[in-house]
Design a protein around this ligand. Structure first.
Ligand code: UDP
Length: 381
């Protein structure tokens, strides 16, 4: 079969590679002038620092197959994400752990004491937290919630945390020990030469062709047996049902002669500080040595028609619109929607790769049984 892949991020790179391995001919079109989507990394010519051009990406997973898969295309270097947060003129460790609790309350609690203390602070009357705010109040209590989550989340999502789903906060652990590893996954690291080199490795197959600077045009589909589309779902239908809500990011880039903040990620919990965080990119490659530094001050805002979409918002009105797009997609033939933009979901890289591997397998199974290919292997609803 001749397959067209739209977008050169992890989804289409991995699916394309698996289908090429299975003997199909794969053509991939990408509208930007580089591969790897928002994971794109580029070495800054002046400082030599590997820059995460569209903001920081840290690879972490519990999925052994996914970890082995990426490890096949790039050596992974040890990296543990340890995030700090500046709140009210003080620096604390995230995720909230025993150190954060003791610093914040000026205590010397041991693990069990801290657990009891936090439970006494928590809004125990909230049985089943359904919003971000309820989740925060239930699990850490009002003081920690306000300091670390309320302001940051308002800046990040542009709405009140009482309008956001609890699932966003469930991404972050709370620990009653001194472990300040931001993630709880078994495997964590950074590709030695950046994410673009990793995706380049995935795309390097004799039956795969990549065309950069090539926006997708529906007329292209005629020349192919099937299309995998990883662009925005609403964009595929010319926004006929309206625009799905996204947050976009603005990065204020600056350089510094030396070590600017001493860590990779410094969050700013205070609502009065207009940015959410500052990232210092040389600290994402701790095995490299650079004197000068490249930093990004990160601002979040509503995504306009000409902006790059980052985070799907998925509030109630988006969900209703989303279901209309899903129905349209399910009525279309010869196209499957994949990835963060194609299925309008907040996906980490490892989950994206897991779904891509599963989608490629399901596609090959459908093909072997002579069944039509579905619009979604993972439904966005
Ligand atoms: N969050 C917060 N304060 C922080 C860090 C995170 O309130 O200091 C909230 C915020 O709503 C964010 C969510 O937790 O969107 C998930 O955080 P994560 O660090 O996973 O976000 P990402 O790195 O994907 O932007």
């Amino acid at each position: 079969m001749n397959i067209l892949m739209v977008g050169a991020g992890f989804s289409c790179a991995v699916i394309g590679r698996e289908l090429a391995n299975a003997g199909h001919s794969v053509t991939l079109v990408e509208q930007r002038d580089h591969i790897a989507g928002n994971c794109h990394t580029e070495r800054d010519p002046d400082t030599g620092v590997m820059v995460h051009v569209y903001g920081p990406h840290i690879f972490h997973t519990d999925d052994r197959e996914v970890w082995d898969y990426v490890g096949h295309f790039s050596r992974f270097m040890p990296y543990v994400n340890r995030v700090k947060s500046t709140v009210g003129g003080r620096v604390y460790l995230l995720p909230i752990n025993l150190h954060t609790i003791n610093q914040f309350f000026g205590t010397t609690l041991r693990p069990e004491e801290a657990r009891e203390f936090i439970e006494s602070q928590a809004a125990t009357d909230i049985d089943q937290p359904s919003t971000f705010e309820e989740q925060g109040m239930r699990f850490v209590g009002a003081d920690l919630y306000k300091a670390f989550f309320h302001g940051y989340t308002k800046k990040q999502w542009g709405c009140d945390p009482s309008e956001l789903p609890a699932s966003i906060l469930k991404r972050l652990p709370v620990r009653f020990n001194y472990n300040d590893n931001y993630f709880f996954h078994r495997f964590q690291g950074m590709p030695e030469h950046g994410y673009t080199a990793l995706v380049e490795g995935i795309l390097d197959h004799p039956r795969m062709q990549v065309h950069l600077n090539t926006p997708f045009d529906p007329a292209m589909a005629r020349d192919y047996d099937h299309v995998f589309y990883s662009g925005p779902l609403d964009g595929y239908f010319d926004y006929s049902e309206g625009r799905l809500g996204y947050r976009t990011l603005d990065f204020e880039r600056f350089t510094h002669d030396g070590d600017y903040q001493g860590c990779a990620v410094m969050n700013y919990g205070d609502e009065a500080v207009p940015y959410t965080r500052i990232t210092e990119h040389k600290h994402f490659s701790p095995w490299e040595e650079h004197r000068a530094s490249v930093c990004y001050r990160e601002y979040s805002r509503a995504c306009g028609p000409d902006d790059i979409p980052y985070y799907p918002i998925r509030l109630v009105n988006e969900k209703a619109m989303l279901s209309r797009y899903v129905a349209k997609a399910e009525g279309s033939e010869g196209v499957t929607f994949v990835g963060r933009l194609g299925t309008y979901r907040y996906l980490d890289m490892d989950v994206t790769i897991r779904e891509a591997l599963d989608s490629a397998r399901a596609f090959l199974d459908h093909e072997a049984r002579g069944e039509p290919q579905p619009a979604f292997f993972t439904r966005p609803l």
